[in-house]
Design a protein around this ligand. Structure first.
Ligand code: SF4
Length: 884
């Protein structure tokens, strides 16, 4: 659907949806006439009402064609579509004929649109005859799915985002909402401002940007969430806060769940009794409590139990499905929910039908007119790549995801993919760690070029719409899959003309699921026309003759055999890996504010790349001191399975004994920043979700012979022991470290920047190991390198402005002149405001609030994603001032 231009441009604005997190914000996108897009928030979308975070706001910077895969490739050589599709179909057909259907697998993504997902799932489960299709959502929220299914009988998110705004107490468990679901966080902040009596509790071992809004931050021992919620359940019963009528009529397992609480010990949380008491009191005193949980709960070897421990408390008090209360899982990916609904997980059928239930399988088989549906689940992600490694899976198709980076034990996964007989990758770029390993690379359309639907964390289905043409020979994922299906012999069953046809088929199947008693039913949309689909407005499921939108479970009706919810007995368990003398530190992994997954899109944006330009390790001052580590040193992080080299950030935001590293850096952006190479492949026994926050590691100084910082107009390709590169406005910035100083810095720099004939300006001090060089083209700086025997201390944001300027005497100083203050590291990506600028304004203008900073500098006044960091800077400045 498009709306008339409001900017004077000839092209209309297109209503679409953000491709990043599970908040699912509506976006207005408009071609800017130069290949890019002008982006704004869609005021009419129920998720964001016009707001966008830094990532969403920068979408227009990510649609260029640099690094795009524009033509199919076979063994690295360009091929035409017919040859590539013939080869894929033939190799899958031959492998299945020789080794059976379970010798092939699809590994797909929560970034796919529902229509793409539907076709992939139909092809694998309905026609190939294997359930070996799993999705990277397994790494994100499979424990929530499993917890929902155990408690409710189906994978239902009971509430709506407005419940978070209407609650009197919001409990955020394992959720850095300020960075990972920023617009939902902004809604929470606005609601709290409107109702200051609202209380926010943040349960997280790490103090994050989200903790800054919390009235109570419970820095629990990693993995002790179940002990805390078991304790809460016992307290609910002890204080007579149970909803006896609700539990008597609508819940089973109450006594078993209560009995299991005696096996836990609140001391395991490591929290002072006063904090536990304050948490329990707030929970018990207020009926309107929403418990929001995310990856900190899910990514655990006992993630499903943790989910059920939370749900138990809501069931015991009947606080579910009513305004302002309930458990609330927020998903990481834009269409994690759509993937759950459409059967993208190896253990589910489409439309929340169960693969183990013969009646459900028969219904889907009849509807698809398929030869048969497997009668049990396929391999979940970790097991799938183990099967690739040991040769049970011989043909693998990876669609729109990057498992060589994002899977735990990522080096082993990378080796398994490399050794697999036949690997196909469909993606927007061939420059991912996984795509580089493929026998066949298929160019897929990306966000802004494709059409379909996605579902956000509150069950809202929205359209993603194309605003740009498909580039080169890129094709839509559903079409690529359908073309392969046709070549495998199922032309008629996959003869789709457009995504609207797929959506109608899916909606019709959901109607059958509805008659079989399932919650996911959008059959009211089964007959919509192509033009209705084109203009489809966001709607919450279900959408059928029986029920339209709203919440679930206030009526006490659940989707179990007897219609009652299940409370589960939960025995708290520590993470599987225990700290030891060899591996004494607990590794937590997670997201940063301005990057998304393995950065194939966000790394294109100079704005987003400036916030945190390098992979890093947060560790506590005491742990840093024990290891002789100072801020800006490099550290080697090692587990039993792998190693990473990361920049040291010393902070008391992490607990002693714990370290944190972001998940985003890849082999394309850093030499050794793939943190999932360090994470052990331990999984939850119920959900199969990996324990991404519970590995144990040792950390030691990475002693380099020299350290460097470089800027360049063109992308460099370093081969040193350590490097990490990021885009900036006029090129690239690169951090470097090497074992031994090059004998000839000039030759090194010419090779690094591929500028063999450039004029060189240099300042070399071999005795002190210092080198400063600028490589010039027509007198202008094409690249510059600053090297020293310790981490380089130059004003990086200033050096980044040198590229393209006329060289002069001050070029190699690495510092701005007195008349050009160094803005420091970027805090506000929207207005490019640095930390030094903010601190100077606070000091010089006596700024006392985030709003005042916004008025003075604009920082925080657009997307608002940096407001928690502005608040932190303000608080730190005020503490400093009070101490002076
Ligand atoms: Fe996109 Fe940000 Fe909205 Fe998430 S919160 S959907 S990343 S704009």
């Amino acid at each position: 659907m498009s709306v008339p231009s409001t900017t004077g441009s000839a092209a209309p604005q297109v209503c679409t949806t953000c491709p990043y997190c599970g908040v699912g914000c509506g976006v207005l996108a408009q071609p800017d006439g130069h290949g890019g897009l002008t982006i704004s928030g869609d005021k009419s979308h129920p998720a964001n009402a016009g707001r966008l975070c830094s990532k969403g706001s920068a979408l227009g910077e990510t649609v260029d064609l640099a690094d795009r895969l524009l033509t199919p490739e076979i063994d690295g050589a360009p091929a035409d579509w017919d040859n590539a599709l013939d080869l894929v179909a033939q190799r899958f057909r031959d492998t299945i004929a020789q080794h059976g259907p379970d010798s092939v697998a699809f590994y797909v993504s929560g970034q796919l649109l529902t229509e793409d997902y539907y076709v992939a799932n139909k092809l694998m489960k309905g026609f190939i005859g294997s359930a070996n299709i799993d999705t990277n959502s397994r790494l994100c929220m499979a424990s929530s799915v499993a917890g929902h299914r155990r408690a409710f009988g189906t994978d239902t998110v009971p509430g709506l985002y407005t419940d978070i705004e209407d609650a009197d107490v919001v409990v955020l468990v394992g959720s850095n909402m300020a960075w990972c679901h920023p617009v939902l966080y902004q809604r929470l902040v606005a609601a709290r401002k409107a109702r200051p009596e609202m209380r926010v509790i943040n349960i997280d071992p790490r103090r994050t940007a989200t903790s800054d809004i919390a009235d109570l931050h419970l820095a629990i021992e990693p993995g002790s969430d179940a002990a805390l919620f078991n304790g809460l359940l016992a307290e609910i019963v002890a204080k007579g806060a149970t909803d006896q009528a609700f539990t008597a009529e609508h819940v089973t397992g109450f006594h078993e769940a209560l009995e299991a609480t005696s096996s836990g010990d609140l001391a395991a949380t490591g929290l002072p009794p006063g904090q536990i008491r304050a948490f329990f009191d707030l929970w018990l005193r207020n009926e309107k409590v929403v418990t929001v949980y995310s990856q900190g709960v899910n990514q655990s070897s006992s993630g499903t139990d943790k989910v059920n421990a939370i749900i138990n408390c809501h069931l015991a008090t009947g606080r579910i499905g009513r305004p302002g209360m309930g458990p609330f899982s927020v998903t990481g990916q834009p269409n994690a929910m759509g993937g759950r609904e459409v059967g993208g997980l190896a253990n589910m059928l489409a439309c929340h039908l169960d693969i183990e239930v013969p009646e459900h399988r028969a219904a889907v088989k009849d509807f698809w007119n398929s030869p048969g549906i497997p009668d049990g689940p396929g391999l979940k992600a970790v097991d799938m790549f183990r099967a690739v490694r040991d040769g049970r899976i011989k043909a693998l198709w990876v669609i729109c995801t990057n498992p060589a980076v994002s899977m735990p034990d990522a080096d082993a996964v990378r080796a398994a993919i490399e050794a697999c007989d036949f690997v196909v990758v469909s993606d927007v770029t061939g420059r991912t760690d996984t795509a580089r390993l493929a026998d066949v690379r298929l160019p897929a359309t990306g966000w802004g070029e494709k059409d379909g639907t996605v579902t956000n964390s509150e069950r809202c289905i929205s359209r993603q719409r194309a605003v740009l043409p498909a580039p080169g020979e890129a094709r839509h994922d559903w079409r690529i899959l359908a073309d392969v299906a046709a070549r495998m012999g199922w032309q008629k069953e996959f003869d789709y003309r457009n995504p609207a046809e797929i959506f109608r088929e899916y909606a019709a199947l959901s109607g059958i699921a509805g008659t079989l008693g399932r919650d996911f039913d959008i059959s009211a949309k089964a007959d919509i026309s192509d033009s209705d689909y084109e203009s489809l407005a966001p709607f919450h499921w279900p959408c059928s003759a029986r029920k339209i939108g709203g919440r679930f479970f206030a009526d006490g009706q659940f989707y179990t055999g007897d219609g009652r919810a299940r409370m589960l007995p939960v025995t708290p368990r520590e993470p599987v890996s225990r700290p030891s003398a060899d591996y004494p530190l607990r590794l937590n992994t997670g997201r940063v504010r301005d990057h998304w997954h393995t950065m194939t899109r966000t790394a294109k944006s100079p704005r987003l790349s400036q916030h945190l330009a390098e992979p890093y390790l947060e560790l506590h001052p005491a742990d840093a001191q024990d290891r002789g580590l100072a801020p800006a040193d490099l550290a080697r992080v090692e587990s039993r399975v792998g190693t990473a080299i990361l920049r040291v950030v010393v902070t008391d935001r992490v607990r002693p004994g714990s370290v944190f590293a972001p998940m985003h850096w890849t082999g394309e952006t850093a030499s050794a920043g793939r943190i999932d190479a360090v994470v052990a492949a331990v999984t939850d026994p119920v959900s199969g979700q990996p324990e991404s926050k519970g590995s144990v590691v040792q950390v030691a100084r990475f002693d380099a012979g020299w350290y460097g910082f470089a800027v360049s107009a063109a992308e460099p390709f370093p081969t040193d022991a350590y490097w990490a590169k990021a885009r900036m406005r006029d090129g690239w910035r690169t951090e470097l470290a090497g074992d031994a100083c090059p004998d000839d810095w000039e030759a090194y720099a010419r090779a690094l920047f591929d500028l063999p004939d450039a004029e060189v300006l240099s300042l070399l001090d071999p005795t002190r190991g210092l080198a400063r060089l600028a490589l010039l083209r027509d007198g202008r700086v094409a690249a510059a390198l600053f090297a020293s025997p310790s981490p380089v201390a130059v004003a990086r944001n200033h050096v980044a402005t040198l590229v393209g300027t006329m060289a002069e005497a001050a070029t190699l100083s690495g510092r701005p002149g007195a008349d050009m203050p160094d803005p420091g590291a970027t805090v506000c990506a929207c207005f490019d405001v640095g930390v030094n600028t903010v601190l100077a304004a606070i000091r010089e203008q006596n700024l006392a609030s985030v709003e005042a900073i916004g008025a003075a500098l604009q920082a925080g006044t657009n997307c608002g994603s940096c407001r928690p960091e502005l608040a932190t800077l303000l608080a730190a400045a005020q503490v400093r001032e009070a101490a002076e």
